[in-house]
Design a protein around this ligand. Structure first.
Ligand code: GDP
Ligand code: GDP
Length: 454
């Protein structure tokens, strides 16, 4: 399971700065789901082949009232959700009573915590070590989040001891072939162990548990009992028409006798972990409500992780024709960015169209994991360039020479050439569309990466 790291500390110690550095350009998922409060930000990050999830919080100031009390509450919830807490203090400001209070709380909760002194660019690290020694939380990790100093050492201390599967460990600089070999080995090993891993994702009340029940309750499905569930999502292996799958259930459905019953509420962390760990997301929306902002936000996050995607418009039963038409127009208007995915109009409650999801899941998985030889990818590139040349930059034409596969699930197409930094976004989109059409890639996003030779 992908580890979860919470950033905790007083306001202004540099939590957001560190969050942004760890998650880079990736979009944060702000937890503004119905029934959940707003102040926690979730982001996905990666360090040396290890994925992890970062939670940022408003901060705990120690004299909470009003909005501050809310922020403190969010911090406490983030601590509960996390495997590891990075407790940030401000090296410039020195030790405060609020810091002591937070340390006390962490000790009581018995959480794996690291004491991190930020803004070390402003003060001698040894002075900071002496200053914060009374906190009594082990070795101080000095960083300057704004400049990146010390961040790698910090991650080494935090994530270095976390075990990752054999195939994922790559020493030093990763060659291009290693990267592909690793991705393929990972996909193959996972397929052998779990079949295709499917995550049912969507905001609260769209019908995820109902869908999980329906899928598992089907006659043609054989569900294997899974011993020992954890606080994490439940992994349910099953077989249908001789194809193996594992359902990663975020809705917290548990088997009670013959039925599967939801026992837990929506959790952002579980949702993000499931997205990270699956091959294909079945993204569920509530057709009776139409498409709402939260759907788009969550969907954007799925896209960001590169998972394959099948869209299910649930509660299609009993809708007026005019409403159905409205939903279809909305889909065309607002879901253009995932127009590579199959869309199914289903009723999890009555079971209509649910069986059709499997065909799309398999197709998406195959598209995402197939091997595409270098000569074929290069041929497609050459043809695309011939039809529509890349632009001139400073009087010189951008040259794109050859392409090879750099990863699977999602497929990464690595294109080599000159002046590749200047390739406009629109041209990359053109190439993406061309590859998608020629290779018949359905249900998976594609990543295009450039490698320059000058
Ligand atoms: P948060 O409230 O804990 O999320 O803190 P922010 O990330 O918003 O940072 C608070 C202030 O500290 C901002 O003005 C940052 O620019 C500044 N800051 C953050 N990291 C560093 C650092 O490494 N060095 C210095 N000198 N300032 C920093
Ligand atoms: P979750 O929070 O996403 O797991 O949603 P649930 O599966 O708990 O469903 C929320 C509500 O929607 C329940 O009252 C379900 O009975 C109802 N529901 C789920 N699927 C359908 C459907 O296909 N049609 C209709 N009409 N209601 C549904």
């Amino acid at each position: 399971m992908v580890p979860v790291i919470a950033l905790v500390g007083r306001p202004n110690v540099g939590k957001s700065t560190l969050f942004n550095r760890l998650t880079r350009s990736r979009d944060a998922l702000v937890a503004d789901f119905a029934g959940l409060t707003r102040d926690r930000k979730y982001g996905e990050a990666r360090w040396q082949g290890r994925n992890y999830i970062v939670i940022d919080t408003g901060g705990i100031s120690g004299d909470e009232e009003g909005i501050d009390a809310k922020m403190a509450e969010q911090s406490l919830l983030a601590i509960e959700e996390a495997d590891i807490v990075l407790f940030l203090v401000d090296a410039r400001a020195g030790l405060t009573a609020a810091d002591q209070m937070i340390a006390e709380h962490l000790r009581k909760r018995n959480k794996t915590s690291f004491l991190v002194a930020n803004k070390i660019d402003t003060i001698d690290p040894d002075v900071a070590r002496a200053e914060f020694a009374p906190v009594g939380m082990g070795e101080l990790q000095p960083i300057a989040a704004a400049h990146g100093r010390g961040v790698n050492n910090l991650l080494e201390a935090v994530l270095g001891h976390i075990e990752v599967p054999e195939v994922v460990v790559v020493e030093g600089e990763e060659g291009e072939e290693d990267q592909l070999a690793r991705a393929e080995a990972e996909a193959k090993a996972s397929r052998e162990e779990h079949g295709i891993k499917i995550a049912i994702i969507g905001r609260p009340n769209v019908g995820k548990s109902t869908l999980v029940n329906r899928m598992l309750g089907e006659e043609r499905v054989v569900v294997f009992d899974q011993a020992g569930t954890t606080r994490d999502s439940v992994y349910i292996p099953f077989e249908r028409n001789e194809e193996r799958y594992t359902l990663i259930d975020t809705a917290g459905v548990r088997r009670r006798g013959k039925v599967f019953e939801a026992v837990e509420k929506f959790s952002v962390v579980k949702t993000l972990q499931a997205i990270q760990d699956c091959n294909v997301v079945i993204f569920v929306m509530d057709a009776s409500e139409g498409i709402v902002e939260q759907d788009l936000h969550l969907l954007g996050f799925v896209l960001e992780t590169g998972r394959s995607l099948v869209i299910a418009l649930n509660k299609w039963d009993g809708l007026e024709d005019s409403h159905k038409q409205y939903v279809k127009t909305e889909l065309e208007r607002r879901l253009m960015f995932v127009n590579f995915s199959d869309i199914h109009f289903i009723s999890a409650l009555h079971g209509s169209n649910v069986g059709n999801l499997y065909g799309s899941v398999r197709q998406a998985y195959e598209s995402a994991t197939r091997r595409y030889p270098t000569n074929k990818l290069t041929q497609i590139l050459e043809d695309a360039v011939q039809v529509h040349q890349p632009p001139l930059v400073n009087g010189r034409r951008i040259k794109l020479r050859y392409a090879h596969l750099g990863g699977v699930n999602p497929p990464i197409l690595v294109i080599h050439g000159n002046q590749v930094d200047a390739v406009p976004r629109s041209y990359t989109r053109y190439l993406e569309n061309t590859y998608r059409r020629v290779l018949k890639l359905i249900g998976t996003p594609i990543r295009i990466e450039y490698k320059g030779s000058d």
